[in-house]
Design a protein around this ligand. Structure first.
Ligand code: 3Y8
Ligand code: NAP
Length: 248
């Protein structure tokens, strides 16, 4: 048995630790979005496979017997490719997918389907906006240049941003409630824009917005193709362990 972990999230890191401890033969895969990704206790590869076809070739060449898609809920193209490549090679696939955040009492959420709708939900008058959605999805916000943006990246920007007024914070996270409350106060944030990532590593800003009574423009997750899904690492281990017991 040999597993491929499509990673890049804190859940994937926790899964990698569990697989290493269980001495399950596995490879960890990053997309290569950051300059210095955290080390993993498994052999690690970084970068794309070359579409679904490239992933299918990788599965065959590396004799992968199981694929765990532990990518971020917004990594839709990777997840779609995993479904296609595993179907093409008859490789068992499971997704480790964290539950979305649910609105709690006191939350002021403006729920939108995607980044374009998030831009349309921004106020007209100049405001202070916390854009905590990483570096890859800023372009749509160029349609609203009047705002003072605070953006948070994992790595320093490698060029000019599409926003004339943007204050960049370089920080890898996970983040804390105290830290995000202090940040939002210091920047006089009036609106937060977030993607419904779920999990604990990105929720500090959601809790901080509730504490400060700020509206959150919450971007819903993209549709993903049907595939078996679990939310707990133990369920992935059982899925792998079951096959391992059968000597698959
Ligand atoms: C390369 C791996 C760990 C994992 C840390 C988690 C927690 C901190 C919260 C905010 C939201 C955001 C962003 C975020 C969080 C954890 C976790 C998480 C959100 C690393 C990592 C990679 C990435 C890629 C990065 C994206 C960006 C998204 C920043 C490593 C650190 C906004 C997701 O600046 C950039 O270019 C960032 C790019 C892709 C989203 C985007 O689409 O722009 N993640 N983040 C992964 C790869 O190459 O495969 O470098 O070690 C992982 C983590 N990011 O415990 O060490 O729950 O996973 N990551 C979002 O929308 O929520 C930050 O700022 O409040
Ligand atoms: P995406 O748009 O779905 O993927 C675009 C392409 O990037 C994929 O088709 C694939 O290229 C490559 N790719 C993505 N993830 C990969 C992986 N784990 N291993 C190998 N190749 C990968 O992906 P994204 O939204 O940019 O996310 C990229 C990575 O960052 C993912 O690993 C994701 O888990 C991570 N991420 C983490 C967080 C977080 O909060 N932790 C948030 C967002 C993204 P090919 O087609 O060439 O194979």
């Amino acid at each position: 048995m040999r597993a491929l972990i499509l990673g890049g999230t804190s859940d994937a890191s926790r899964l990698a630790d569990a697989l290493a401890r269980a001495r399950i033969d596995a490879v960890y895969s990053y997309g290569g979005r950051t300059q210095a990704p955290s080390g993993q206790p498994l052999p690690t590869r970084i970068g794309g496979f070359g579409g679904a076809g490239g992933l299918a070739d990788y599965l065959r060449h590396e004799r992968i017997t199981h694929v765990v898609d532990a990518t971020h809920p917004f990594a839709a193209e990777m997840s779609r490719n995993a479904v296609a490549a595993c179907a093409a090679t008859a490789t068992p696939l499971i997704a480790l997918e964290r539950a979305p955040w649910r609105k709690a009492p006191g939350d002021r959420w403006i729920e939108v389907p995607d980044a374009t709708a998030a831009v349309a939900a921004l106020p007209e008058a100049r405001s202070s906006i916390f854009l905590a959605i990483g570096r890859q999805h800023l372009a749509p916000f160029a349609a609203r240049p009047q705002h003072a943006y605070t953006v948070r990246f994992v790595d320093p920007p490698d060029g000019p941003l599409p926003l004339p007024d943007a204050h960049v914070i370089v920080s890898r996270g996970p983040f804390t409630l105290e830290g995000d409350v202090a940040l939002m106060r210091a920047r006089s944030i009036g609106h937060v824009v977030a993607r419904n990532a779920g999990g604990d590593g990105a929720r500090a800003k959601i809790d901080a917005a509730r504490e400060l009574g700020l509206p959150v423009i919450m971007i819903a997750r993209p549709e993903l193709p049907e595939r078996p899904r679990v939310v707990r690492i133990e369920e992935v281990l059982a899925w792998l362990g079951h096959d391992a017991r059968l000597g698959a």
